[in-house]
Design a protein around this ligand. Structure first.
Ligand code: HEM
Length: 282
């Protein structure tokens, strides 16, 4: 469109607001100045911008996941399972987006990354506190992480509260008990600061749900939402591990771990073990 035509079209479109002297703009509402000024590369290398943006995008999606999972926990505690389904389904969609950032990051080659990697010092995604908050909310409790954040009192407190709170899986198991399915007392009264490990009564309860789908429809739907989330979490972990191998091979991580060997090991961790075990026995 020619410039005069464009101007003409805008002038004729009387509904378009252009006077914002007294009104809030799009960028003010979204705090875009702060958001878009958050990239502070430590090198002159062209590709560091991509590296930072991919981390930022990932952290934003994690923020939304936390928001939704915490709300879903409250819904389940309030015996409103259908309300939780909407939120958990959204979590899966966000995880799918989160997984796709690896496609963008995989365009970073080893030769490019090596140009600025040493600038990162010991900073690593390993220290992503939102990732730990998500893991806590899903039930994987690793206490060592709070040590990293000792210097930040407010954040340490937030991590500690999340560490001591029941997880999504804890409240799902409580929902099984509320539906009259027998669950061991030591599971119902367990120390929620510990990672849940597989329990026979929980497995049998889920088995009953999966064998009597019509009778336990809501619990069945809840179970499948949880499996979606765990499945996507594992897909994210796998893509992370493979992308890291593609970019740094088997070098040590900047966070101090063995690198790919560590990332392979975390693939063995389950949030909702019984929901996977029952599939063999059903
Ligand atoms: C070139 C890109 C990347 C490389 C080479 C890389 C490498 C690594 C390595 C080696 C670890 C193990 C801990 C360590 O020793 O550092 C790790 C952990 C981690 N990284 Fe990345 N990473 C990259 C990108 C990302 C991105 C984009 C995110 C998104 C936020 C991310 C999030 C994480 C998280 C959450 C962990 C902890 C995993 C766990 O403990 O289960 N990484 N990364």
């Amino acid at each position: 469109m020619r410039q005069e035509d464009e101007h003409h079209a805008l002038k004729n479109e009387s509904k378009i607001h252009t006077d914002f002297t007294e009104k809030m703009t799009y960028s003010e509402y979204l705090g875009l100045d702060t958001l878009l000024a958050s990239q502070h590369p430590l090198s002159d290398h062209h590709d560091e911008h991509l590296f930072i943006i991919v981390h930022h995008v990932s952290e934003l999606w994690m923020n939304l996941i936390l928001h939704e999972v915490h709300a879903a926990i409250k819904d389940i505690q309030a015996d409103n399972l259908p309300a939780s389904f909407k939120k958990l389904a959204r979590v899966s969609q966000v995880q799918d987006q989160l997984k796709r950032v690896w496609d963008v990051l995989a365009t970073l080659t080893p030769s490019e990354y090596i140009e600025f990697r040493d600038k990162l010092g010991n900073a690593s995604g390993f220290q992503s506190y939102q990732n730990r908050l998500i893991e806590f909310a899903l039930g994987y409790k690793t206490s060592y992480i709070s040590k990293i954040y000792e210097k930040d009192v407010k954040l340490s407190q937030r991590l500690q509260e999340a560490y001591e709170a029941p997880s999504l899986y804890d409240v799902a198991i409580q929902a099984l008990a509320k539906a009259g399915l027998p669950i061991d007392d030591d599971v119902l009264n367990r120390d929620v600061r510990k990672t849940h490990t597989s329990n026979e009564s929980v497995k049998q309860a889920w088995m009953t749900v999966y064998k009597n789908v019509d009778q336990y429809w809501e619990l069945y739907e809840l179970a499948e939402e949880l499996v979606d989330i765990e499945d996507l979490f594992q897909q994210w972990r796998f893509r992370h591990m493979k992308t890291v191998e593609r970019i740094i091979g088997f070098k040590q991580g900047t966070g101090g771990s063995g690198g790919v060997s560590y990332l392979k090991k975390v693939l063995d961790q389950y949030f909702f073990p019984e929901l996977w075990e029952l599939r063999t026995e059903l």
